[in-house]
Design a protein around this ligand. Structure first.
Ligand SMILES: CC(=O)SCCNC(=O)CCNC(=O)[C@H](O)C(C)(C)COP(=O)(O)OP(=O)(O)OC[C@H]1O[C@@H](n2cnc3c(N)ncnc32)[C@H](O)[C@@H]1OP(=O)(O)O
Ligand SMILES: CC(=O)C(=O)O
Length: 538
């Protein structure tokens, strides 16, 4: 039986940006768009060009290779033509493949929020869609408040959807903007839209999670006929968030109720990257992953109940609804250290490191990773440190240099005008081929000074690290109080455009930063020698 495709539309960079406390920089957006694109989503909505300098800059270039890159914005304003609307002009000029227009579909909103007539709103929808199509872009229309609008005035809500479709929109997306609609209502209203002449293969669902039903509403809409789901990574989004793609994707792939009828771009092989994607995104947000997140949480396949553990060891299916490896997660059975071998073997294989399942060094590596993670390391978000640790444990990593020590000093001084100046100075001593090299540097802060000193004079390796740049630096305090442990994650890049993450953990933030900096330099030297950083083709 042929399966119908469900298109996956990510709005992390647009609706996710509306999450209280989340504010992406252009660099964050580029990193997230790349993650989504590589993972294999159909659409990546990048934001609202013209609304703010970050989004405008982000749309100066197309940011995806295979996913359709989508600009978001409102329909043209009433009372002016499409060609005279500056907001619409920004959307048409953005380097995107598609435009997703937000359109009013509740007559009450047309009256109160827009202050125009119902007919003017319909004209805005049609003219905006036609303008997008005329410049060769795919048009999508997010019908804002569609379900509430339908309940208040079904004829007008349906007319809005039909107007968008008739004007040439590839997708008409039904939005539960206030997030209060329940699954049976979604089902019935989607059926009504299809009956009015917008086919299911042109319909999408955009659900908010205000009653905890965003995933259920998205699935109800699919059952009723829609073929595009909009959602976000880890369910971020305005108020209580959006439909969580990290939950929806494995549900569509692994649950027979859906997998027998539908398919998405995320096949079994890509699905293994789900947990890594979810956790890498949390790292980027500098927040702890939700342990109880479905499929990807650290507790999603963990048990400490003796009865469960005993049955799991006989057959994991006794207490698991899907195999954890299928989503890149680990089984955690507290009485066994066997869990997760396959994940390690896969992760290592992807980096060109072959290791047998019975190799004692593999057990040793798993043990080290588990022990280190218990003390605060997080390797999901620090791919380069994981690879270095694996190579050190399983094989040989060249001893490029040794560290003799470092010292960092922060001083509050007054300049000649009596102004306060905070000066950070670092001294680093490294040993290369038996010779000690001492470097001193001043920086904007202690970590900057340490980084500058470390990379100031690397002897015979200096020319190899000249193009190494620190792209990002994140600090997390792992437990409160004076005994706090600090985790530092550093993102590095070089002139090849490759990016890698390293991690350091210590009671002292400077020491944690130093560990992460060291790993970054060693990884770069290994990468230069084609001894690290080679990801096998998927
Ligand atoms: C449901 C959703 O999530 S929709 C997405 C919401 N996201 C955002 O709003 C984030 C980005 N937005 C912004 O930065 C700003 O609102 C901007 C730049 C787009 C517009 O800023 P401003 O021009 O200053 O307008 P402001 O934000 O005060 O109000 C929105 C205006 O858009 C109009 N509008 C709202 N929706 C639509 C629509 N679908 N079609 C046409 N006009 C619309 C409103 O009537 C209002 O017009 P008014 O200024 O004449 O009263
Ligand atoms: C468009 C959108 O984000 C909403 O209606 O919720």
């Amino acid at each position: 039986m042929t399966r119908e495709k469900i298109y996956l539309f990510d709005t992390t960079l647009r609706d996710g940006q509306q999450t209280p406390g989340i504010d992406f920089s252009v660099e964050d957006k580029i990193a997230i768009a790349t993650m989504l694109d590589e993972f294999g989503l159909d659409y990546v909505e990048g934001g609202y060009p013209g609304a703010n300098p970050t989004d405008t800059a982000f749309f100066n270039e197309k940011r995806t290779q295979s996913a359709s890159f989508v600009a978001f914005g409102m329909t043209k304003r009433a009372g002016i033509s499409a060609s005279n609307d500056p907001g619409l002009a920004s959307l048409l000029q953005a380097k995107s493949d598609a435009i997703c227009f937000v359109a009013k579909s509740w007559d009450y909103h047309v009256k109160v929020a827009l202050g125009c007539t119902n007919e003017e709103n319909l004209e805005s929808i049609a003219e905006s869609v036609k303008a997008a199509v005329a410049v060769g872009k795919e048009a999508l229309v997010d019908c804002e408040h569609f379900f509430d609008g339908y309940k208040a005035n079904p004829t007008y809500a349906l007319t809005c959807a039909k107007t968008a479709y008739d004007a040439g929109a590839r997708w008409v997306v039904l939005c539960d903007t206030n997030g209060g609609t329940q699954p049976p209502e979604v089902r019935a209203i989607v059926e009504a839209v299809i009956a009015c002449g917008v086919p299911g293969h042109c319909l999408g669902i955009h659900a908010h999670n205000d009653t905890g039903q965003a995933v259920a509403n998205s699935l109800a809409a699919v059952e009723a006929g829609v073929r595009q789901i909009q959602g976000t990574l880890n369910g971020i989004g305005e108020r209580c968030g959006n439909a969580n793609l990290i939950t929806l994707i494995p549900t569509l792939a692994l649950k027979r109720a859906y997998s027998e009828r539908f398919e998405t771009t995320i096949d079994a092989e890509r699905l293994v990257g789900l947990t890594g994607l979810s956790h890498a995104f949390d790292e980027l947000l500098n927040r702890s992953p939700d342990h109880q997140a479905p499929y990807v949480g650290a507790s999603a396949f963990a048990t400490k109940a003796g009865i469960h553990a005993s049955a799991l060891l006989k057959d994991p299916r006794t207490y698991e609804h899907v195999p954890p490896e299928s989503v890149g997660n680990f089984r955690k059975v507290m009485v066994s250290d066997q869990g997760g071998k396959s994940n390690f073997i896969n992760a290592l294989k992807r980096r060109g490191i072959e290791v047998g399942k019975d190799d004692p060094k593999l057990d040793q590596l798993i043990q080290i990773v588990k022990e280190r993670e218990a003390t605060g390391y997080a390797y999901e978000g620090a791919d380069a440190s994981f690879e270095l640790l694996a190579r050190r444990t399983l094989g040989t990593t060249p001893e490029f240099f040794a560290i003799d020590g470092f010292r960092v000093m922060v001083e509050r001084r007054f300049d000649s005008h009596g102004r306060v100046k905070i000066v950070s100075e670092a001294v680093v001593k490294i040993i290369i081929d038996g010779e000690t090299i001492m470097s001193v540097a001043e920086g904007d802060g202690p970590v900057n000074a340490l980084d500058l000193a470390l990379r100031k004079n690397f002897g015979k390796y200096q020319h190899e690290i000249d193009d190494l740049e620190l792209a990002d630096f994140k600090v997390r305090i792992l437990n409160g109080g004076t005994e706090a442990i600090t985790r530092v994650l550093i993102e590095s890049t070089d002139s090849d455009g490759v990016r890698w993450w390293t991690v350091g953990v210590s009671e002292n933030i400077i020491d944690a930063s130093f560990q992460a900096l060291m790993d970054s330099v060693i990884y770069k030297l290994m990468k230069n020698r084609h001894m690290a950083g080679k990801i096998a083709a998927e």
